[in-house]
Design a binder for this molecule. Structure first.
Ligand code: B4P
Length: 186
């Protein structure tokens, strides 16, 4: 199963992704986690990404495409994967399409986790990550609306998109996701 998971910052993608990968035995490809690890390790990618992340901006597409391209070549991705937080721009989505077409491994589904903005602020304010300051949260939401929301139409046109209501208890939301993914698991 090859799945893309889209949602605004704080929608709970990371929270649900952990359950999805455990239930369906998928590799978990979180670009946010990969970038945070790169920042900590002070790699070239980390040093470049840090300034964008702390300003609430997206890291440039060529860096992200390269990071994901390399990760997709690792052996654990053969059994299927969940892309959590990638693609986030049309250019990233087009690059991903090209990579997957070349490997003849198309996506099976794109899930959107839908949460209203007031609730996103509430959730992110309750967390204490460096990019969860109010002004940075605002910037991240602007980046989502401008750069990532257009992907919903892109994937809807391809018949891949399904939306999930991201309000409620974590377990309830996971059950909604399961009802969409179980039929794919066969
Ligand atoms: P990400 O790590 O992807 O961060 P996120 O969108 O903020 O988090 P997520 O939606 O996973 O929320 P979570 O489950 O943690 O990206 C961080 C940064 O990296 C970006 O701003 C960007 O700079 C850069 N980046 C990453 N990918 C990129 C790309 N492809 N291109 C360019 N740049 C990229 O949940 C949030 C909070 O809500 C938690 O505190 C959680 O406990 C709580 N929560 C979860 N579910 C809940 C529920 N049902 N009810 C109440 N609270 C809930």
């Amino acid at each position: 199963m090859r799945i893309v998971f889209i949602g605004p910052p704080g929608a709970g993608k990371g929270t649900q992704a952990e359950r999805i990968v455990a239930a369906y035995r998928l590799a978990h490809l979180s670009t946010g986690d990969m970038l945070r690890a790169a920042v900590l390790a002070k790699t070239d990618v980390g040093l470049q990404a840090q300034e964008y992340m702390s300003a609430g901006q997206l890291v440039p597409d060529p860096i992200m495409v390269d990071v994901v391209h390399q990760r997709l070549q690792q052996a654990d991705c053969r059994q299927g994967y969940l892309l959590d937080g990638f693609p986030r721009t049309l250019a990233q989505a087009e690059a991903l399409d090209r990579l997957l077409a070349a490997a003849r491994t198309p996506l099976d589904r794109v899930l959107e986790l839908h949460v209203p903005e007031e609730e996103l602020f509430r959730r992110l304010a309750g967390r204490a990550r460096a990019d969860d300051q109010p002004e940075v949260i605002r910037q991240r939401l602007v980046a989502y609306r401008r750069q990532t929301e257009p992907l919903l139409e892109y994937y809807a046109k391809r018949g891949l998109l399904q939306s999930v209501d991201g309000l409620g208890a974590v377990d309830e939301i996971f059950e909604r996701i399961r009802s969409l993914l179980d039929p794919l698991a066969g």
